[in-house]
Design a protein around this ligand. Structure first.
Ligand code: PGA
Length: 233
């Protein structure tokens, strides 16, 4: 299993130091990835966890104020990077075209992209979610080689589930996972959106899930440990 932690815009320098002390003690059979906030990337010092970023510039090094390039991330030991998170698509207007450029930059630096896809509640109700997810995936991956596709991780995160405490039914998850795996049969697919130590036993019943992307729970190491224990036993 892959368990990716999305700290989002949380943890000051001091808090991150304390947080890492707690994460250091976690033993897990899963592949753990910490997508730290940009400033905390420089202070990452764990050996039981891989380092991830939450975003990357679509451009290479150069005159791009405020951006961090894939080259820079790689030089800090980043080996995974979230792209197209719904908070960036909605809040920063990140487009499918930009997501595709970002993926190319990451792959050129041997950083594994974690491509986020998922629908709003309106899109689910209107039954347009399948077309939307298909478009998010095809636009991001159409120029990739088969090998690059198999190195990509996809995270299905229904927007109505992120941070809300609501999770889709196993049937709803299975339907979308089947769609994603029909488009990218060799990619690992994660579930994200309010996954926690309470609902993991229900989610675990979905056989297609290759791992999880955790937001809120990533900030609570003691509950994360319970989550991992339940997931792995
Ligand atoms: P959540 O966030 O686990 O807090 O719902 C997941 C995410 O946004 O990646």
């Amino acid at each position: 299993m892959i368990v990716a932690l999305n700290n989002k815009c949380n943890l000051t320098k001091e808090e991150f130091k304390e947080y890492q002390k707690e994460l250091k003690t976690i033993t897990s059979k899963s592949k753990l990835i910490l997508c730290a906030s940009p400033l905390n990337i420089a202070n990452f010092n764990l050996s039981n966890v891989s380092l991830g970023s939450q975003n990357v510039s679509k451009d290479d090094n150069g005159a791009h104020t405020g951006e961090s390039s894939a080259k820079q991330l790689a030089s800090y030991g980043v080996t995974y990077c979230i792209v197209g998170h719904s908070e960036r698509r909605q809040g920063q207007g990140e487009t499918n075209d930009e997501v595709s450029l970002k993926i190319a930059r990451l792959l050129a630096e041997n950083i594994t992209p974690i491509l986020c896809v998922g629908e709003t509640i309106g899109e689910r109700k209107a039954h347009t979610y399948e077309d939307l997810i298909k478009e998010e995936i095809l636009s991001a991956t159409s120029s990739l080689t088969p090998e690059e596709k198999s190195n990509l991780i996809v995270a299905y995160e229904p927007i109505w589930s992120i941070g809300t405490g609501l999770i889709p039914t196993n049937e709803e998850i299975t339907e979308v996972f089947k769609l994603i795996k029909s488009l990218l049969p060799t990619s690992k697919v994660l579930y994200g959106g309010s996954a926690n130590e309470k609902n993991i036993m229900d989610l675990k019943a979905c056989p297609l899930i290759d791992g999880y992307l955790l937001g809120g729970l990533s900030l609570k190491p003691e509950l994360l440990e319970i989550f991992l224990e339940k997931l792995e036993n």
